[in-house]
Design a binder for this molecule. Structure first.
Ligand SMILES: Cc1cc2nc3c(=O)[nH]c(=O)nc-3n(C[C@H](O)[C@H](O)[C@H](O)COP(=O)(O)OP(=O)(O)OC[C@H]3O[C@@H](n4cnc5c(N)ncnc54)[C@H](O)[C@@H]3O)c2cc1C
Length: 401
């Protein structure tokens, strides 16, 4: 397997680097670095997306015909890597990677014209309404109903763990349109305006003290029938298509490389017995092991991106990447916090994160956001499908068990 970049890819990397140097505002990257990447939020993310849009780079994963870059998988990987190195905010995965491909693959032309351009321009924030209080791993048992009355669906039910719903303009929901057939066959994919009467968003505060998650209540919400994507009863298939994209994107290689670099920074800055922790044998052993694991994960992702043939089912491969990627994220965050010791406990107020001039002098910049990331990384092995569920998928699809 040869992973040397071609001349064109090297030139592309330089172009991305130059663009980031000239266009990523210092305040944006400073703030993005201090917040855990799940916490970047609407304002920071959409502000950055608008800048990317001015260059035509706001949708790296979309085909050109819909306003995407039309880049190869390798170009996308390089772009993402450079963005992480520069400290750019995360892209809005819910809109760009999850709902948009469903809309341009299964939606009507009218839906594509209505919904895709605002995503490209960074004008809208989307949330994903799949999970319910009694339907997470077992998503097919979801109970939110949508009954067709004339030219509207009347939606009733509740969704939970809905990330970013508090700021969302739109949500894509899996709803039950038919309870007479097999569970999977009665599910449909509906786009709902989050400002519709009957939609209530109740915050759930995470273990890191931040507000990212919510419970969404839908009480007799009237949704125009033309906001149904694809065919009624095919929502399960569209949801599976979407979740496969989510899992492939959830390998977290570039965030892990970024966090590994931060780990190195901490280990160089923190001292024990007059020497940087980097020189401590116990620490270097743990660091080296993680660095090797991150590199192995990167090579596995590159093998997928460069189209290496495999006998394994693509969904099983995506699950392996998700399994390892989320596990590594947790291990790196754990070591960062171990190294920082009590410094990791320094809490940062939103004002301190937002205003660089107010940043405290009692602790190094690299300590910012570490505890928050450590705590929120606990969720990486749950969202997008838990570790146990991924293992079940691998056992079934890769090994036929
Ligand atoms: C930070 C975060 C963000 C999220 N964001 C969103 C979002 O934006 N939109 C959305 O719709 N959902 C979101 N989720 C929900 C997420 O998809 C679910 O939490 C996940 O699918 C697990 O479902 P559950 O929480 O109901 O747990 P359960 O399904 O009840 O699982 C409980 C435990 O049982 C285990 N288990 C369940 N089934 C099996 C099985 N078949 N074999 C072996 N073990 C099993 C699980 O691994 C887990 O350990 C988010 C979750 C988190 C933590």
């Amino acid at each position: 397997m040869e992973f040397t970049l071609t001349k064109e890819e090297q030139a592309f990397r330089q172009e991305v680097r130059d663009f980031l140097r000239d266009n990523l505002p210092a305040a944006t990257s400073r703030r993005a670095k201090r917040l855990g990447y799940l916490m970047h939020g609407r304002e920071l993310v959409l502000g950055w997306l608008k800048i990317l849009h001015s260059k035509g780079w706001s949708a790296p994963n979309w085909p050109e015909q819909h306003g995407g870059t039309g880049w190869t998988e390798m170009q996308r990987f390089i772009f993402e890597e450079e963005c992480w190195i520069a400290g750019a905010p995360a892209l809005p995965m819910t809109a760009l990677t999850l709902v948009a491909p469903v809309i341009y693959t299964y939606g009507t032309e009218a839906q594509q014209v209505r919904f895709l351009p605002p995503i490209l321009k960074g004008d809208v924030w989307w949330c994903q309404g799949f999970s319910e209080p009694n339907a997470g791993s077992d998503l097919a048992s979801l109970r939110t109903t949508a009954k067709l009355e004339g030219d509207h669906y009347i939606v009733n039910g509740t969704k939970i763990w809905t990330g970013g719903a508090q700021d969302a303009d739109w949500g894509f929901f899996l709803v039950r349109t038919n309870s007479e057939v097999k569970a999977q066959k009665g599910i449909s994919f509906l786009l709902i305006d989050m400002k519709s009467p009957g939609v209530t968003v109740r915050p759930i505060i995470s273990i890191n003290g931040e507000h990212h998650l919510n419970q969404v209540f839908l009480d007799n919400v009237r949704v125009p029938a033309d906001q149904l994507v694809g065919e009624s009863g095919k929502g399960w298939d569209y949801g599976k298509f979407l979740l496969e994209n989510e899992r492939t994107a959830s390998a977290f290689v570039n965030p892990s490389k970024h966090e590994l670099a931060k780990l190195h920074e901490i280990a160089t800055g923190e001292m024990r017995d007059g020497k940087p922790l980097l020189q401590d044998p116990e620490f270097s052993r743990r660091f080296a092991r993680l660095a090797i694991e991150v590199q192995a994960l990167e090579y596995s992702v590159l093998r997928v991106l460069t189209g290496e043939k495999t006998t394994y089912h693509s969904i099983a491969v995506a699950s392996v990447l998700k399994l390892h990627g989320s596990d590594l994220q947790q291990k790196i965050a754990e070591l960062q916090v171990d190294l920082l010791g009590p410094k990791a406990l320094r809490a940062f107020t939103p004002e301190e994160n937002d205003d660089p001039d107010r940043f405290p002098v009692d602790v190094e910049d690299y300590a910012a956001g570490r505890m928050s990331d450590y705590l929120i990384a606990r969720a990486a092995t749950i969202y997008g499908g838990s570790q146990q569920v991924q293992r079940g998928i691998i056992a079934k699809l890769a090994f036929g068990l």
